[in-house]
Design a protein around this ligand. Structure first.
Ligand code: SAM
Length: 278
């Protein structure tokens, strides 16, 4: 197992957003875990920037409607997968590296009554465990930053898509190279590996075989969102410590403060890419 893969698993095994804290919060708020609706999970289970609106933006670009077969690369606890199914009627297979997240996704999906059309399977998106030409859409959010071989990952997305299938994803981008100190901090705190600028990332998508249909620079949007997300994490740290669930490591909180600065100053940022196979 490579350092990048080991670090991503280690980071997410300790991440403060976990199925355990979500269940503890729901239990405290409603007294039982029976009869939970997908909507009740959304304030807790979307581990990306921009919440449900970010899912809608991807759904629109990926052409997701009733019955669309979707693969969600790096699905986490399955929050976006459940939303795409509950809101649009999609059948979603998430691919997720970290075993604790695969288990947590199954628990939350069962609680929300969506197990018949949402599943998160354990796997590495650099070798996606799905057959050729088996899905209509591939989506992903704020995850490929952890994946060392993005070219291979994009080729895997291309392979599993049917002809005419669509790719839509968001990820970190580096508008300027990071200093070594910042690169080290992003690696130690958030398992962030090689990052690209928007032009280089677009070329990678094209090199995998896609026709790129849209590219949106989300940096200004993220600069605002991330201030609130940092405050959310600082509050969540106390909540997880009180509940006895995974609470994140010190380097995570240190690196997040610097991450927010780097996005505010425009060194790091985010982008949404969309493309079509054929
Ligand atoms: C920031 S979370 C995003 C989760 C989900 N997309 C969401 O928006 O809620 C990133 C996820 O990517 C997963 N991941 C990282 N590297 C991966 C890889 N090579 N293959 C599959 N999943 C990976 C992590 O385990 C983590 O759950």
């Amino acid at each position: 197992m490579s350092d990048e893969i080991r670090s991503a698993i280690d980071f997410y095994e300790r991440h403060p957003i976990s199925a355990e804290i979500i269940k503890a919060k729901l239990l405290a708020a409603r007294g039982t875990l029976t009869g939970i609706t997908p909507d009740e999970l959304y304030p807790h289970d979307q581990d990306h920037y921009g919440g449900l609106a970010a899912n809608d933006a991807l759904a629109q670009r990926a052409g997701i409607t009733q019955g669309t077969r979707v693969a969600d690369f790096c699905a986490g606890l399955g929050g976006p997968a459940r939303y795409l199914s509950a809101r649009y009627g999609a059948d979603v297979t998430g691919i997720e590296l970290t075993p604790a997240r695969v288990k947590g996704a199954a628990e939350l999906t069962a609680l929300a009554g969506l197990s018949d059309r949402v599943r998160v399977i354990e796997g590495n998106v650099m070798a996606a465990p799905l057959p050729d030409a088996s899905v209509d859409a591939v989506v992903s959010q704020e995850a490929l930053l952890h994946v060392p071989d993005k070219a291979k990952t994009l080729s895997e997305a291309f392979r599993i898509l049917k002809a005419g299938g669509r790719l839509a994803f968001t990820d970190w981008v580096a508008h300027r190279p990071l200093s070594q100190a910042d690169a080290d901090l992003m690696w130690a705190g958030m398992a962030a590996t090689n990052l690209y600028d928007i032009a280089a990332y677009t070329k990678l998508i094209e090199a995998a075989g896609f026709t790129v249909t849209s590219v949106d620079d989300l940096t200004a949007e993220w600069a605002e969102i991330l201030q609130a997300r940092l405050a959310m994490y600082q509050k969540l740290r106390g909540e997880t410590l009180a509940a006895g669930t995974a609470s994140g490591h010190d380097a995570f909180y240190e690196s997040y403060v610097r991450f927010v600065e780097l996005v505010s100053e425009g060194t790091l940022g985010g982008a949404r890419f969309a493309g079509v196979k054929g």
